[in-house]
Design a protein around this ligand. Sequence first.
Ligand code: 5RP
Length: 232
Amino acid sequence: MTATDLDACKRTAALKAVEYVRDGMVLGLGTGSTAKHLLMALGVKVRNGMKLRGVPTSQETADLAAQSGIALLQTDEPWVIDLAIDGADQADPAFNLIKGGGGALLKEKIVAAAAKQFIVMVDYTKQVSVLGGSFPLPVEIVPFGWRSTVRQIENVTQSRALVRERGRAPFRTETGNMIVDVHLAAIEHPRQMETALNQIPGVVETGLFVGRTDLLIVGKPAGAEVLTASRT
Ligand code: 5RP
């Protein structure tokens, strides 16, 4: 499977997700290459007369949404988000996720939590039996005291935690924080892991999205599969 084929699977998932969007909705707009397909497809809907407003989870998404003609809500407005749609890096059989490959996990989680419904789009290679392994868990931390925070993350997870870099400098999120990628062999108990990590002072949020997914849309070469979950 080439990168182009995988991208086609992401597009397939995004086109299916758009079918759940209704006129007048306020959308939570995810970040990443799958979300980009979504925004392009939403642009077609808007050009055909659909009225949509959105809350973007990154500047990149805000720019794409503006190009697609989606009006953006201000960050300090009271939001009523009808539906959030986003990609993910991994999804387990209970539709728990690892997110944050693009570094937007904090805004993504705030928006997903604020939404009445959360739809996740993945290509089929992101479905895993257990989270972790091939994809490290991103954890957002504040810069103050980061070495101490990283050490505590390593103690709690018993795993290697590497500060994400861009160029030779630490990567900074849009909220000015750092990302630590934690190389866990397997996350058998995602909820407990999320709770344990969130108790470390200096940790802002983790890329674990536990019990938040309502609908998982899996893009495959033969089409999109829609899987429904009950929030746990
Ligand atoms: C960004 C994310 C993305 O949703 C995740 O990384 C998937 O990205 P892509 O759709 O490009 O594969 O969590 O923080």
